[in-house]
Design a protein around this ligand. Sequence first.
Ligand SMILES: [Zn+2]
Length: 328
Amino acid sequence: MVARLAACVAGVVALVGVGASAQQAQKPTLAAASAPLPPAKPSSVAARERLAPAKTLFGEVRLPSRGRPAAIGYYPRGCLAGGVALPVDGPTWQVMRLSRNRNWGHPELVNFLRRFAPLAAKATGWPGILIGDMAQPRGGPTVSDHMSHQTGLDVDIWFRPMPDRRLSVEERETMVATSVVAADKLTVDPTTWTPAHAAFIRAAAEQPEVERVLVNAAIKKELCRLEGRRHFAWMSKVRPWYGHADHMHVRLKCPADSPQCRSQPPVPAGDGCSDKELAYWFSEKVLHPVIKPPAKPPKPVMLADLPPACKAVLEAPPKTEGAIAKTR
Ligand SMILES: [Zn+2]
């Protein structure tokens, strides 16, 4: 375990080093020149792109593509060109689960988090916020956990205050987010839910570049109860979704520099607080789903299922060390 974590640390700390070694691999050294390895055959790259699921292809790329940033495709079916990293430590944020290498995003997401973290700290009284998954260096499907987070515009932020100290890499792997939903999934948990959580979610939904904030239905119901009949515009952006009991999922609108980014249909009119709108989320099939194993395994998403531009993103050379450092 310790060795594995140590490897993770090395992997994260040496992120830039990985880029350098990747480049060295392309430029043979003198020793290598005397016994040159055959270059990867284009046909084998093509075959791998045809045969390996897109999550494998995007999951193994450690660095963003060179060139202009762009969010491409749809939140659950796309990729990210020219991604930038959120620094793992900021004055009012810390990034968790560094081994996942998912602190990448479109520059608008990174800029949003730099601006939102101090606002959230002020709104909650917390020292700062804990950032979970953003996107992989080139976005795309992930090998675990997410349908979305593919275009560099989604971020998970934990329902747990940032401690007033810098967490170790190991703590960032093992600490868990706090669920604020009761075990019966009908209400928030009075032992963990606080007014600060309501202020936190509201602060996110009030930001103009935010498209939606996804939270567990019990949290949405509680916010509706707190706000009563005062229909604030931000409330309509807070949408119930499966899970999301221990973090909120903040999704940004398509950036102006990304013509291939597909917008999500606007949120329905109204605050989403009516019994009718919430009823589905408290139905038996959502609260206690019967999970049957599928008759046959679902067909994996392949590179060909993504927008064509994602093939170019996957194959593009990586950003240089200097280019990555400049964005930190
Ligand atoms: Zn998420």
